[in-house]
Design a protein. Structure first.
Length: 255
């Protein structure tokens, strides 16, 4: 098992830990080693460990996959090898968290799910390859399958990187202005409003006048309106849920 943690292990216990089971541990920390996530990793706010699944193969070729029963293309990751890797990663660690298998057939990774995972002390992420992982080992460990969306990646590692990044930025001390997280896309069920900075006029395009007014209530109302219009136009699914939630809230206050 390999890992990367803060340089000063006695300075603090990490708020959150991610253990990644993968055939390609060299992919980590990757982009998680820079910017906000990288600084938080170095300071010990969160910790990252990688487990090379191939280390648990039992033959001289370090084989981790085999042909699928019933025929078909591709190869399937063996349950005995994956099980041994999971056991090594979680042994003696009740705080290891749920085993999450990154899979296109899983539940969608939404901001609500990200907040749910950030509230846990740790997660164990299983990155599949080839045609996937033998179903029996997923059942044996009660794996929670999570998907980034309706598309296919070459493996679970890019999805694991995205999931970790989304969680880490919610941890205390990672983002400089935590209040700014409340206005981001999906936090209120809406897409975020557009942003502007200097210069006030650029290539004939001016910043909306209300943003220059200094009138905080008018600015807040404008931003909410922009979020609503953008969500209604671009994500009708989110807009429908947002409207339903508003109706329920209104009905609740009228009772």
């Amino acid at each position: 098992m390999a890992g990367r943690q803060a340089d000063d292990p006695v300075s603090r216990a990490p708020v959150w830990r991610a253990t990644v089971l993968t055939l390609f541990p060299e992919m980590f920390p990757g982009p998680l080693g820079v910017s906000l996530a990288g600084k938080a990793l170095e300071s010990g706010i969160w910790a990252l460990e990688t487990v090379d699944i191939r280390d648990f193969a039992s033959d001289k070729h370090r084989s981790v996959d085999d042909t699928p029963f019933g025929g078909g293309p591709g190869m399937v990751m063996r349950p005995d090898v994956v099980d041994a890797a999971i056991a090594a990663a979680t042994a003696g660690r009740p705080e290891a968290g749920p085993v999450i298998y990154l899979s296109p057939r899983g539940r969608l990774l939404t901001q609500r799910v990200v907040r749910e995972l950030a509230a846990r002390p740790a997660v164990t992420l299983l990155c599949g390859r080839y045609e996937g992982v033998d179903e029996r080992v997923l059942e044996a460990h009660g794996a929670d399958e999570i998907s980034l969306g309706d598309f296919i990646l070459s493996g679970g590692e890019p999805a694991a990187l995205a999931l970790i990044d989304a969680v880490v930025r919610l941890l205390p001390g990672v983002v400089g202005a935590p209040a700014g997280l409340e206005d981001e896309s999906f936090e209120r069920g809406l897409l975020e409003y557009p942003h502007y900075t200097r210069p006030a006029s650029w290539q004939g395009r001016d910043v909306p006048e209300v943003l220059l007014s200094g009138h905080h209530e008018r600015i807040a109302a404008w931003r909410l309106r922009q979020s609503e219009e953008t969500t209604r136009a671009r994500r009708p699914d989110l807009w429908s849920r947002y409207e339903a939630a508003r109706r329920e809230e209104k009905e609740g206050t009228e009772r």
